[in-house]
Design a protein around this ligand. Structure first.
Ligand code: GLA
Length: 367
């Protein structure tokens, strides 16, 4: 079993607003070996951590917290909660996604577990359902209120493509990126994302509050910010508190940018893609306020480097990574420029990765 991590090209903090996102799967991921048991025991071995944990299906306890074993355990719980008949299993896994960098190592672990459970128990579960079960595990068992983007990309991506997802209907389209002369560089700021949990939940709350006010004052019944237009946001400025105005304006504009990015890829207009990435970062930094000094510094250094089409922070923010679309031949220069000029403003030297848009979860049956 292999489930990849994800990196988001554009469409940040839009998934929980029923909006649009454009992530892709990374080449890095979680590899898992899984064997069905005849009893109720779940035996987990995290090879990289050198740790093991066992519990029985009858001991599954939602809300147990963020310890590593709760991600796979939560997926067993999600299957049972939805009425699937599953047995225990031995799961041994390892991976190469940097943990805590916002590249969805947890979603990869959940999706690998979900695919393993389905395969071992011979259940007919399609890839969207695997993603939903994985998200349910994270929301309800681990207690992290994430949207659907990460698990969806890990379960459904195809090689060479990004996935354009409508997070309301879950309709999706694989968008060919045709990156022959360019690479996607991932620059890990290595800034601890300790704020991301509380601030993430606060942003979700702010979006809800903004929507409630818009509905109340404008006499409407919109179910999410996805349904609000740019003009409506400007009209709402008179009654929305400034923070809520900025949050909702970002979401509305970001949804628009995702649609424009898809069109720009389809017409091969990389300078448009790059500009949209830059605008997305600026909005995340100024309006949504989920960037940080280090991510701004990395993005700005990339913007001023020849051969870089665009760059932006990716993922929930408050640390984690910047993604840059850069000419393949210029990537070494980008790296050295960051290491020479930006590194003074950073606490730790960033890590660099390059990824091709990879395929989603793959299952290999060993006889
Ligand atoms: C995290 C969440 C996703 C999404 C992003 C922000 O990665 O898990 O669901 O909300 O943040 O775009």
């Amino acid at each position: 079993m292999f489930a990849p991590g994800r990196v988001n090209l554009i469409g940040e903090h839009t998934d929980y607003n029923e909006g649009f996102v454009l992530p892709l799967a990374t080449e890095m991921g979680i590899t898992m070996e899984a064997v069905l048991r005849s009893d109720e025991l779940i035996r987990l071995k995290a090879v990289d951590l050198g740790k093991e944990f066992s519990l029985s299906l009858s001991e599954l306890n939602p809300g147990d917290g963020k310890q590593w074993w709760n991600y796979p355990a939560g997926v067993f719980w999600a299957f049972l909660e939805e009425g699937y008949q599953v047995k225990g299993a031995d799961l041994v896994f390892s991976g190469d996604i940097p943990i805590g960098s916002g590249l969805s190592s947890s979603a990869a672990l959940e999706v690998a577990t979900a695919a393993a459970i389905a395969k071992l128990n011979r259940l007919e579960v399609d890839a969207i359902k695997l993603a939903l079960l994985s998200q349910k595990a994270e929301n309800r068992y681990v207690g992290v209120q994430c949207g659907i983007m990460d698990q969806f990309a890990s379960a459904l991506a195809i090689s060479g493509h990004a996935v354009f997802i409508d997070c309301r209907s879950l309709d999706h389209e694989h968008i060919p990126l045709n990156l022959s002369g360019q690479v996607l560089a991932i620059i890990d700021s290595r800034v601890n994302r300790s704020l991301s949990g509380t601030e993430y939940n606060r942003r979700r709350e702010e979006c809800r509050e903004a929507l409630n006010l818009i509905n109340q004052k404008m006499g409407q019944k919109k179910s999410s910010l996805r349904d609000v237009s740019c003009i409506e946001i400007e009209n709402a400025r008179s009654f929305l508190p400034d923070v809520l105005y900025r949050r909702s304006r970002f979401v509305v504009e970001e949804n628009q940018r995702v649609i424009e990015t898809v069109k720009a890829f389809q017409s091969g207009d990389l300078s448009k893609v790059g500009q949209l990435m830059i605008d997305s970062h600026t909005g995340l930094s100024d309006l949504y306020e989920v960037s940080c000094r280090e991510l701004d510094l990395l993005a700005e250094t990339a913007w001023s480097t020849p051969g870089v089409w665009g760059a932006r922070m990716t993922g929930a923010g408050f640390g984690g990574c910047v993604i840059a679309l850069v000419e393949r031949t210029e990537f070494p220069k980008l790296k050295s420029r960051i290491l020479e000029s930006a590194v003074d403003g950073l606490e730790q030297a960033p890590h660099f990765y390059v990824t091709e848009p990879a395929a989603g979860c793959r299952v290999k049956v060993l006889e």
